[in-house]
Write a new protein. Sequence first.
Length: 303
Amino acid sequence: MSQPIFRFEFDFDVPVPEGTEALLLRCARQCLRAEGVSLPSAAYLRFTDDDSIHQLNREYRQVDRSTDVLSFPSAAFSPRQTAGHAPQLLHREWDPELRACVLGDIVISMDHVRAQAAEYGHSVTRELAYLTVHALFHLMGYDHMNDKDKEQMRAMEEKALNAAGISRVSDDELIAKAKDAMQFSYSPYSKYKVGACLLSADGRLFTGCNIENASYGATNCAERTALFKAISEGAREFVTIAIAAEKSLPWPCGICRQALNEFAPDLRVIVACGDERDEMNLRDLLPHSFGPSTGTGDYLGKD
Ligand code: THU
């Protein structure tokens, strides 16, 4: 799927941290991608304070208290139906001026955002990203009235946040786990130990090390060990890989780039050696790649 198109119409009653708009746009695109919405989409997002959200909550929902976020969907999805499965409903919300289908309105109280960020021990921007993603899935027909729906909505939120690089797992943690994985490296021939840690879109971590062989060509790199472990346990979408080595920055070899490209052409690739680290996107490490949707790629999903 190419990059989904999303537009926010922002309204500021109160200030927000610098960079918020770009961050939320990145999150919104990942929500569309996770949901499989390919129509250009948009939402109105107003940042306000507790007093104003309290008023809105009373007026529109007859709930007499302030809250963190309110969402007002445009389309009426029927139960069990979400935006990705109802393009015809979304299409009715087409706004010629915005050149997008309007998913609805979101209101966020910055007073609540700050309080919740402090309570959960994370940044104001992470809390903002989470609330926006939560609201966007509401606008796309998700709810959390029962445990099953709640679980499904949480999984979608997690997927979008991870893909937007706002994972619960920090880069430092990924690198630490990649370094830990180096201890299991079987590399008697090269003596070049490599460890990798791969983060899947559903939040799981898979580690791997390089495994050499007396017949050198049978060697498996750390990245592919981690990738194959992940694939064999059902993970199919990935967000970030951290790769660590002792002797130099271990940029992945060509075979690993190709193997990773099959599942995650947009993967963040972080390399680390001691205190040194660097990062690139797989798209830049493997330009003009041959992947599932090129050439004979038509076979995917077909017999
Ligand atoms: N190696 C990796 O594990 N990952 C890479 O991306 C580059 C190379 C391993 C393979 C071999 O065991 C050793 O490093 C030296 O090539």
